[in-house]
Design a protein around this ligand. Structure first.
Ligand code: COA
Length: 410
C-alpha cells in the first residue's frame, strides 16, 4: 500500500514527535499515559534514538507507528540482545491497508541488521502470530490479597524512601533475585537512573523504598497505585526472609489503609519469595496470567550462543561423552548441531528436512527453548511437535522447564 504519498520514515523533527504523541493519545486514549512513556524515552532513555521510532506518513501526516526498545536479557547466564516491539498503532481510518505489515517488516529488518537475538512483545492477543511470535514466557503473574485480610505483623526493619544513592547496592540485590530465574532481564545503571529521575517505570509512576537493618540496605521494593480500582501494586521486590516479608507486609498494610486502598496486587511473579510468603497466609489468590510473545531471529545463531549451556547440561547427564549430529528438523529447514565427546563443534542451517527423528513446529519450539514448557507437555498438545523415543531423554536434558521472570527495564 506504500505509494508516493505514503512512506515509511523515522521520527526526525519536533513536529514529528508532537504528531506521534498525539497519535498515541488518539489511539490508546487521552488518559492512557502511553504518550508520557514515549516522551520519557525520547528525552531520557540512554540508548534509544529517534531512529527507533518507525512511522508511516501520508504526505506530512503520521498515520501509523511502532517503535523498538533495546534491552538486555540473560538465558542461563548467557547475554541476549533483545528488541521489544512497542506502541503499535494505526489511525482508525488507515487500518486494514497493510501499514503495520510494512512497518513490522522494516522493524524486523532492523532487528536482523543490528544483531538482535530476539524480538519480544507484551501486546494484544493473536495478532502478532502472523509475524512469527509465540507465547513463551510468563507475564502479568498477579497475586491479590484484600488489604484488610493481610496479617498484622511487627515491622522490625527501617523502611525509608529509595534515593539515587541506593542504585549501586540495589543493582546487586536485583541481580541476586534474578539469579534464580532462567530467563531474566539485565538492568543497566543508566536505566536505573532514568527510572529514578523520571519517577516512572514503563508508563506508571512508582515509589521506591529501601529496607534497612543497622543502617545497611538489605532489600528494596517498589509500589504504585491504581486509584480507579483502589489497588496498591507491588511492582518489584528483592529476596526476603520471614522477618523481612512480615515487616514489608506490615508497612504495605498501613500504607494501603492510610490511602484508602482495598487490594494489594503483587506483580512480582509467582516464584519470588515475598509472593510465596503472601500465598502462605492462605488469604491471597492468583489470577490467570498472560505471556510474553517471542520471535527468535535465527535458531542456528541462538544454538551457537547457547553452546556453553548445552555442554554444561550434557556434562551433568549420561550424554556427557555424546558424539554425533543432532538434526533439529523445523520442517522447512534443519539446524544441525555436531557434537564430539560432549562438546558442540559446529552448528549450521541445512536447507533439507530429511531426518525425521525430531520434528518441531518452529514457533512452538520457542516455548521449549525458553524453558516455558517441557517436551512432554508440548508433544501432548501439538501434533507437529514430534520427538522419537530414542531422543526424548536427550531433549529433556538439553531443554529443562525452568522459572523465568522479566523485570521492566524501560
Ligand atoms: C492492530 C493495529 C495496529 C493493526 O494496524 P493495521 O495498520 O490495520 O494493520 P495491517 O493493515 O498492516 O494489518 C496486518 C494484518 O493484520 C490483520 N489484522 C489487523 N488488525 C488485526 C487484529 N486486531 N487482530 C488480528 N489481525 C488483525 C489484517 O487483516 C492484516 O492481515 P492481512 O494482510 O492478511 O489482511 C490497529 O488495528 C490498531 O492501531 N489498533 C489499536 C491499537 C492496538 O491495539 N495496538 C496494538 C497494541 S499491542
Amino acid at each position: 500500500m506504500l505509494t508516493k504519498d505514503i512512506t515509511i520514515q523515522h521520527l526526525e523533527t519536533e513536529n514529528d514527535v508532537e504528531q506521534h504523541l498525539e497519535l498515541m493519545r488518539s489511539v490508546f486514549g487521552q488518559n492512557s499515559r502511553v504518550d508520557l512513556q514515549v516522551r520519557k524515552w525520547i528525552e531520557h532513555h540512554p540508548t534509544m534514538t529517534l531512529k527507533d521510532f518507525f512511522v508511516v506518513k501520508h504526505r506530512d501526516k503520521i498515520v501509523a507507528c511502532l517503535n523498538l526498545i533495546p534491552f538486555r536479557w540473560s538465558i542461563g547466564g548467557i547475554p541476549l540482545k533483545v528488541a521489544e516491539l512497542a506502541c503499535v498503532a494505526t489511525l482508525p481510518e488507515y487500518r486494514h491497508h497493510g501499514l503495520q505489515r510494512e512497518l513490522t517488516c522494516e522493524y524486523h529488518k532492523r532487528v536482523s541488521e543490528e544483531g538482535y537475538d530476539l524480538s519480544v512483545i507484551e501486546g494484544i492477543p493473536y495478532y502478532y502470530r502472523q509475524f512469527g511470535y509465540e507465547y513463551a514466557l510468563p507475564l502479568q503473574e498477579q497475586t491479590r490479597i484484600d488489604i484488610n485480610k493481610m496479617p498484622d505483623y511487627k515491622n522490625v526493619y527501617a523502611i525509608r524512601p529509595f534515593t539515587g544513592k541506593d542504585i549501586s547496592r540495589a543493582g546487586q540485590l536485583l541481580a541476586q533475585v534474578q539469579g534464580k530465574f532462567y530467563v531474566h532481564s539485565v538492568r543497566d545503571e543508566e536505566i536505573w537512573e532514568m527510572q529514578e529521575e523520571t519517577g516512572m517505570v514503563a508508563d506508571y509512576e512508582f515509589e521506591g523504598f529501601a529496607v534497612e537493618e543497622d543502617e545497611e540496605m538489605k532489600g528494596y521494593f517498589r509500589t504504585s497505585e491504581n486509584p480507579e480500582s483502589n489497588e496498591l501494586v507491588l511492582r518489584e521486590i528483592t529476596d526476603v526472609d520471614q522477618s523481612m516479608a512480615q515487616s514489608i507486609i506490615s508497612f504495605l498494610k498501613q500504607a494501603g489503609k492510610e490511602r484508602g486502598l482495598v487490594t494489594l496486587v503483587a506483580t512480582t511473579g509467582y516464584t519470588d519469595s515475598f509472593t510465596e510468603h503472601l500465598m502462605a497466609t492462605g488469604e491471597a489468590r492468583q489470577g490467570r496470567l498472560y505471556a510474553w510473545q517471542l520471535r527468535v531471529t535465527d535458531y542456528a545463531s541462538m544454538f551457537l550462543k547457547m553452546k556453553v549451556l548445552f555442554e554444561k547440561r550434557l556434562a551433568m547427564s549420561t550424554f556427557r561423552h555424546l558424539t554425533g549430529k543432532l538434526n533439529f528438523n523445523f520442517y522447512r529447514y534443519t539446524v544441525q548441531v555436531s557434537l564430539e565427546d560432549g562438546t558442540v563443534t559446529d552448528v549450521r542451517r541445512l536447507e533439507t528436512n530429511e531426518d525425521r527423528t525430531m520434528r518441531f513446529n518452529p514457533a512452538v519450539f520457542t516455548q521449549l527453548l525458553f524453558g516455558y514448557r517441557d517436551r512432554a507437555e508440548l508433544e501432548n498438545v501439538y501434533q507437529d511437535f514430534l520427538v522419537r523415543p530414542s531422543h526424548r531423554h536427550l531433549i529433556d536434558v538439553l531443554f529443562p522447564k525452568l522459572p523465568s521472570y522479566i523485570h521492566t527495564d524501560y
